[in-house]
Structure formats: structure tokens, C-alpha cells
Design a protein around this ligand. Structure first.
Ligand code: SAM
Length: 277
């Protein structure tokens, strides 16, 4: 997979040289390049921003350096007047524009983007990037404004670190044991079960006995029950969003018991009755 990151703070992306992502780059699994947007400016001050049309506080990123940077990344012909719409068959490069006003990035988005050949990340700063950059880019690429959560950061770099890590770890060969991805939180709409390692007792806290039983069936059932209980307690909204056939009778009994065991909260009350039926 090819990834290009455009930023006025390329050093911010240095963590992408570390750990599993760094190793994946060394092994050639990821062709990742971080570019300095200012390389596509032409004035002495390497200016990337200007005042907003219509007035108001803050500055806006100028379209010109972004346009030239995207032309360079997309290759010959990108700047031609014969603008062709991005193909809709999934082969077009994807321009990911981090923005608190974008679609929320989830594990499902990470899975979807991990299938693509070429991702370009455009790190905004100030009040964001002139809208015409995205409008123009839709003629060459699939454009995805993407938020990593309902809060406002100073720039897109941290959001890109989050998204690249979530996407890249799904690529074949990046994680040593791909089975470890299967039961992770958010893969099938439930959170992961609690995990334990040695020693069996630590500061008077014992590992749940079932995990020492050697009975694989019982361990699997316990883990599933813990996933259901944890999800009901922490993220009842995820349970409500599960497809109808995602829970069997045993799952529903576990949830009914969990609801009875715990102090009712607004969220569980909302999720409980339907799921426990
Ligand atoms: N004026 C923008 C708004 O209210 O939607 C916020 C601009 S923010 C200060 C500067 C940049 O940080 C954005 O262009 C975007 O690249 C990035 N950013 C901020 N919050 C983000 C979030 N929740 N998810 C993704 N990117 C974010």
C-alpha cells in the first residue's frame, strides 16, 4: 500500500518510523512518504495560509500549494484541464482530509481503507484548508473528510497518526499473529474481554479460575460473556447497533443477568429491555 502524508510539520509524523509501522516500512509492506507542504510554495516566506473570505478569526490554508502537491503526487496529467471523475470502482487514490466536521473514523473505516492501493492524507492547520481543494480533488480522487472524534485538535497530524496506525496494522504481515486481530474491540461490535498474564495471584488479586481450568469451551464462553457484560456497562450504544442475529439465547441471558446485577444506568436501561427479551 502507498501512503503519502502532506503536512507543514513533517517532523510531527516521526512516530511512523517506530515500532510495528516502522518495521512494516522497512520490510516494504508500506510505502509511506511524509512531504512538507511548503515545498510547493513559491514565495520567500513559504506562505501556506491567508485571511478568510467573509472575515472572521483565524487563517485558512491557501489552495495553491495543496493543488500543486496533489498534482505532483498523482503524477502526469493531474493538472490538465480535461478533468476526469475519480473512478468509482475502488481503484482511485483516496484523499483523506482530517476534520472535526468529517465522517467519524471507525474500525470499519480502517478495514475499508486497508483494501485501497493509495491513500493521501492532507493535514490541515489553522481553520482548515480552502474548500476548493477538496472540490477539485473529487475529479481525480475519492475524497473523505474524516474526524477521529468529537473534539478539536490544533492540526491533522495527530489524527493521521491515529488513522495510519489503525489502517496499517490490518495489512497482511504487519502484525506478527493475525489471529490477535480477530477478537479485538470493535471488530464485531463488542468490546474485548479483560486479559491476564502471570502470576496467577498479584497483590491479592487472583486471575479468574476459569482461565486456569484448561477447558477451552468454558474459557471461550467466559470470554464471550465478559465481552457482553463490558459492552453493556461501558458502551450500551454498541449493543443497540448490533444486527438482530448477532446475539443468541445464551448471550441474551447473560445480558439480562448483567442488567439485573448492576445499578441501572440510563444507557443500560435504554439498551436492556430489547436485548434481554
Ligand atoms: N475550524 C475547524 C472546525 O471548526 O471544524 C477546526 C480547525 S482545527 C483547529 C485545525 C485542523 O485540525 C483541522 O483542519 C483538522 O486537520 C485537524 N483536526 C482538528 N480536530 C480534528 C478531529 N477531531 N479529527 C480530525 N482532524 C481534526
Amino acid at each position: 500500500m502507498r501512503l503519502d502524508v502532506l503536512s507543514i510539520f513533517p517532523d510531527y509524523l516521526a512516530p511512523l518510523e517506530l515500532s510495528l509501522i516502522g518495521r512494516a516500512r522497512e520490510k516494504g509492506l508500506l510505502d509511506l512518504t511524509v512531504h512538507d507542504l511548503r515545498d510547493w510554495t513559491h514565495d520567500r516566506h513559504r506562505t501556506v495560509d491567508d485571511t478568510p473570505y467573509g472575515g472572521g478569526a483565524g487563517m485558512v490554508m491557501k489552495p495553491q500549494p495543496w493543488g500543486e502537491a496533489l498534482d505532483a503526487l498523482l503524477g502526469a496529467g493531474a493538472a490538465s484541464a480535461e478533468e476526469a471523475p475519480a473512478p468509482e470502482d475502488g481503484t482511485a487514490p483516496v484523499l483523506i482530509v482530517p476534520s472535526p466536521a468529517g465522517e467519524v473514523f471507525t474500525q470499519a473505516t480502517a478495514r475499508e481503507l486497508a483494501e485501497r492501493r493509495h491513500l493521501v492524507f492532507a493535514c490541515g492547520r489553522y481553520e482548515g484548508i480552502d474548500q476548493r481543494v477538496s472540490d477539485w480533488a473529487t475529479t481525480r480522487m475519492e475524497v473523505r473528510p474524516m474526524s477521529i472524534g468529537d473534539y478539536v485538535l490544533n492540526g491533522g497530524e495527530v489524527a493521521v497518526l491515529v488513522m495510519v496506525e489503525a489502517i496499517a496494522r490490518l495489512l497482511p504481515g504487519v502484525i506478527g499473529n493475525p489471529e490477535s486481530l480477530d477478537e479485538e474491540s470493535h471488530e464485531d461490535g463488542l468490546l474485548e474481554y479483560p486479559v491476564y498474564t502471570k502470576p496467577a495471584v498479584w497483590r491479592d488479586h487472583a486471575v479468574p479460575p476459569v482461565l486456569l481450568s484448561g477447558d477451552h469451551g468454558k474459557v471461550a464462553r467466559w470470554r464471550r460473556d465478559e465481552r457482553l457484560r463490558r459492552t453493556a456497562r461501558v458502551r450500551p450504544d454498541l449493543l443497540v447497533a448490533l444486527p438482530q442475529d448477532a446475539l443468541d439465547a445464551h448471550d441474551r441471558a447473560t445480558l439480562a443477568q448483567a442488567a439485573a446485577d448492576q445499578e441501572p444506568t440510563a444507557g443500560v436501561e435504554a439498551a436492556g429491555p430489547d436485548l434481554a427479551e
